[in-house]
Design a protein around this ligand. Structure first.
Ligand SMILES: [Zn+2]
Length: 194
């Protein structure tokens, strides 16, 4: 959704590969129309990943992977971690605690209505560390909101938390620009049509 997090994940994966470190990339499936399991960034690089479905038990998935490769996998890189369920975040924590693997989750903090995603909420609650990837709004302030853009260019304020296939419909803005734009929209919509 327009941030640098996927590129960062792919760069990390590349570094692990160069050093011969054992890792696996995973990603929750949101768009089931996607046929190829890849993590793709806007700058053009991509990497194969395993899909996480809503009912996937990540603790069991990790155990299966360890069995297949006859060893513990040291690193798990998770893209779009905001779409994990709360239970899946707990399962990842158990993988860390029981096997000593490291799990890095890349994701958004909040949705287009500024509310926490389920996966992000649980990560804030139990992750060992949280690093913020900062980006800058067109006005120069730090971006806070992932605004959803409607067909007319307005910020959308109602709708489902996740929309399939609408990745290009988001823009990161600061809290102030988000508020001002919504005030502007509200004013525009209440003007009498002459
Ligand atoms: Zn701004």
């Amino acid at each position: 959704m327009g941030s640098a997090k996927t590129a960062l994940l792919l760069t990390t994966a590349y570094n692990f590969e160069e050093r011969g470190m054992r890792y696996v990339c995973l990603k929750p499936v949101v768009d089931t129309r996607e046929k190829i399991n890849v993590i793709r960034s806007r700058i053009g690089i991509e990497r194969e990943c395993k899909w996480i479905h809503a009912d996937t038990d990540l603790y069991m998935l990790a155990q299966d992977l360890f069995e297949q490769s006859m060893c513990v996998i040291d690193w798990f890189l998770i893209d779009e971690a905001q779409f994990l369920t709360s239970a899946q975040v707990d399962q990842l924590a158990r993988v860390v605690d029981d096997y000593g693997s490291n799990v890095i989750c890349y994701g958004l903090r909040t949705d287009f209505q500024t509310h926490l995603f389920e996966g992000s909420k649980r990560l804030f609650e139990i992750a060992d560390t949280i690093d913020e990837i900062k980006s800058t709004c067109t006005c120069g302030r730090k971006t806070i909101v992932n605004a959803r853009i409607g067909a007319n260019g307005d910020f959308v304020t109602e709708g489902a938390q996740v929309e399939i296939g609408g990745d290009d419909r988001y823009i990161s803005v600061c809290r102030r620009c988000w508020r001002n734009k919504r005030i502007e929209q509200a004013t525009k919509n209440t003007l009498p049509l002459i």
